[in-house]
Write a protein that binds this ligand. Structure first.
Ligand code: ASP
Length: 342
């Protein structure tokens, strides 16, 4: 291969075209990039586009796609200096998190990007994001699986999509930026994952097994909800872990005996239960309130300040590695790739 960068195109707005049903992904992206970016490509690293099949709106992402993406990266790892994953913004945070657990500290840059308006359409942000990703792809070693979007470089497992209408669509509410791209490019290497120096280091060692769809359920705590919504999870054997999206610092309605009994029974059936806050910023301090300390007694694990996307993918990844209920209890508090604040 003579190109420096492999662009892996999964779908997403960046490569979409207008159809009768609305925007949908379309192939032929390499030519469209060359047409849209024209002369500016002369100063950027050379690249080749690999289109995954089928191209998807990222609303259709499933854990299988992460296994496939990892397989694609491992197949082409030796051939290129860096990798750009073009992905829809809707589930960008899930894929960035999944890749971050599987890859750990990267020896080659793995950057994700996408756009809010398709490439080639009026006022599109696609060329800016793509140019930024290409200009960083062979630049300073970026050990984190990262997102480049609207002039910001962000740790992949800390991102959340916070706007469907602004170009500034992503934030890392509980972590600082890894870099800023304005007139000057300013990177913050000290905020990136420490580099692994071992000569025998295998980038793909951490990928073991396959992600299983349906293994992790998410329950949002409300002032009330039908109990059938959660009781059915107890019988579902494919569901091996449950994330509770709780109030504030990690609080639940502790005056609801049926809900407490549900959590106790889930744990009894060896389903790991994780406590994550519905708040964008700050995270869980399980036990700050009596309505949260009840979860300590029930062996619920604190998700600290992890995003939902990171916690969801961490559970999937640990399960894919074959970890048992107890293994996940023991390993949950390991900070594998900077996914929570110590
Ligand atoms: N629905 C699109 C997707 O996630 C949105 C986007 O890419 O911005 O694929």
């Amino acid at each position: 291969m003579s190109a420096q960068i492999l662009i892996i195109y999964t779908g997403g707005t960046i490569g979409m075209v207008q159809t009768e049903k609305g925007l949908a992904p379309a192939s032929g992206l390499q030519e469209r990039i060359e047409k849209a970016m024209g002369e500016s490509l002369v100063t950027l690293p050379s690249f080749e586009v690999l289109e995954l099949s089928p191209l998807i709106d990222s609303a259709n992402i499933t854990p299988d796609h992460w296994t496939k993406l990892m397989h694609t990266l491992s197949t082409h790892w030796q051939e290129y200096e860096g990798f750009i994953v073009l992905h829809g913004t809707d589930t960008m945070a899930y894929t960035a998190s999944a890749l971050s657990f599987m890859l750990g500290a990267c020896r080659k840059n793995v950057l994700l990007t996408g756009s809010q308006i398709p490439l080639g359409m009026n006022r599109s942000d696609a060329t800016d994001n793509l140019q930024a990703a290409l200009s960083l792809a062979t630049y300073h070693r970026i050990t984190d699986v990262s997102l480049v979007f609207d002039g910001k470089l962000m740790r992949g497992n800390r991102i959340q999509k916070i706007s469907s209408g602004r170009f500034d669509a992503f934030q890392t509410p509980n972590y600082d930026l890894l870099g800023e791209l304005s007139i000057n490019v300013q990177l913050y290497p000290k905020r990136m994952l420490p580099f692994v120096k071992n000569a025998h280091y295998n980038q793909f060692e951490k990928q073991m097994g396959c992600f299983n769809a349906g293994a992790v359920a998410v329950l949002i705590i409300h002032p009330s909800q039908p109990s059938t919504l959660y009781q059915s999870l107890l019988e579902d054997e494919s569901c091996q872990a449950i994330i509770l999206l709780t109030y504030g610092a990690g609080n639940i309605p502790d005056q609801m005996p049926s809900f407490l009994a549900f959590i106790a029974e889930a744990v009894n059936r060896k389903k790991n239960v994780v406590n994550l806050s519905q708040c964008l910023h700050g995270g869980v301090t399980q036990g700050a309130y009596a309505t949260g300390s009840v979860l300590n007694a029930l062996h619920v694990m604190s998700g600290k300040d992890m995003t939902l996307e990171a916690a969801f993918c961490k559970l999937h990844w640990l399960l894919a590695k074959g970890e048992t209920y107890q293994g996940i209890q023991d390993k949950w508090s390991i900070n594998y790739c900077g996914e929570f604040t110590e």
